[in-house]
Design a protein around this ligand. Structure first.
Ligand code: UT7
Length: 342
């Protein structure tokens, strides 16, 4: 939907140069894990998972397929779409909660795999909200003339940090990667209009992976405790997700000088269809205005909104001049939103 906005979003546009998403890409691994497959290994059913989450299938990476491999494939798809050479990329920001290893940054492995030898590389740790945190960082570097071309990726191999014996969590997650290339294009007025990012460390322990860092290293004694897997208080996270995503959406819309009625497509974090329905209900907008693919991929954390953005883009759902809203939420707690003129 493209309607005249209440006030001019241009007047609300961020300081500095216009920053456009010039291309997108994504990759999901081949192996499909269905709800029926899961019900053969844990005490669950297709009905429970479908009704409580909306998820039907998720993709699982091969044993020797790492977060950096999926990230590189998504990046290459984005580079091909905009005909961008690897040498032109000056910064790679990779959002992930499941890096190849604690260090070096997984972004460095991606650099090696795509041949972006002129790029500085770093990982962004903001769990499921990471892709929009990375987008905001990229935006700042371009707006202030520091870089011309930034590659932003959200990529996860959550299957490697999932406790496959815990039915509360193992039915929710999947693997995959999405990427976007950001540039200033002097001839274009389309781009990021507003962003909002936020965190609340008070709730760090309702969604976390407690082991594997310096606080609780994995030892022979604690190896059986599943400390190096995702732990989540589902109900608490659910409540915070609805509140934070609504608030973040309103903040980005206010900054942009737009209302929800101006937005053609909302691309939310893909965690649970009930969360998206609750947000649609409170915003008083039809669910059809949201782009949803969680039924096929489950929750891929930092990759989720990035894969959805690419699918919305490639399927023609996003039309030039449309205003789109991306809004995400994750462990930390973290949340972020961005209004973009496509
Ligand atoms: O990406 C970061 C953000 N993450 C999220 O946004 C996730 C937010 N949370 C959620 O999406 C939901 O809370 C869940 C999908 C995780 C859980 O749904 P729920 O409606 O909150 O269910 P619940 O945790 O309250 O569990 C209800 C019942 C429990 O049984 P009792 O105690 O009522 O007997 C659970 O043990 O469902 C049981 N249950 C299951 N049953 C069958 C939990 N998991 C399963 C399962 N299959 N997989």
């Amino acid at each position: 939907m493209k309607r005249p906005p209440r006030s001019s979003p241009r007047s609300a546009k961020k300081a500095g140069r216009t920053v456009s998403i010039v291309s997108t890409g994504s990759y999901v691994p081949e192996r499909v894990l269905t709800n029926a497959d899961l019900s053969a290994s844990v005490d669950t059913t297709d009905d429970w998972i479908t009704i409580r989450t909306g998820i039907k299938t998720r993709r699982i990476a091969a044993k020797d397929e790492y977060t950096s491999d999926m990230a590189a494939r998504a990046a290459l798809a984005a580079m091909e779409q905009a005909n961008i050479a690897a040498e032109d990329i000056e910064l790679i920001l990779l959002a992930t909660a499941s890096p190849d290893m604690i260090f070096p940054a997984t972004a460095c492995f991606v650099q090696q795999k795509i041949g972006a030898r002129n790029a500085a590389c770093l990982d962004v740790s903001a769990a499921c909200a990471g892709f929009l945190f990375a987008l905001e960082i990229a935006q700042q570097f371009i707006a202030t003339n520091t870089y011309e071309t930034v590659l932003v990726i959200g990529a996860e191999k959550l299957s490697s940090i999932t406790n496959w014996t815990d039915r509360n969590t193992c039915v929710l997650f999947g693997d995959g990667a999405g990427a976007a290339i950001l540039q200033h294009r002097s001839e274009s007025t389309h781009g990021v209009i507003s962003t909002h990012i936020g965190s609340d460390g008070q709730y760090a322990d309702i969604l976390w992976m407690p082991g594997g860092g310096c606080r609780q290293p994995i030892t022979a004694e604690n190896a059986h405790q599943h400390l190096q897997t995702i732990h989540m208080s589902g109900k608490d996270v659910y409540k915070q997700a609805v509140v934070s995503m609504l608030d973040a959406s309103n903040k980005a819309l206010d900054k942009a000088g737009l209302t929800i009625d101006d937005i053609a497509c909302i691309i939310p974090h893909q965690a649970n269809i009930r969360i998206i329905e609750a947000i649609a209900d409170r915003m008083k907008i039809p669910i059809e205005r949201f782009f949803v693919n969680l039924d096929r991929y489950g929750n891929t954390s930092a990759a989720a909104v990035a894969i959805a953005l690419d699918e919305a883009n490639r399927s023609g759902r996003l039309k030039p001049g449309d205003y789109i809203l991306m809004v995400v939420f994750g462990g930390g707690l973290t949340w972020a939103s961005s209004v973009i003129e496509w």
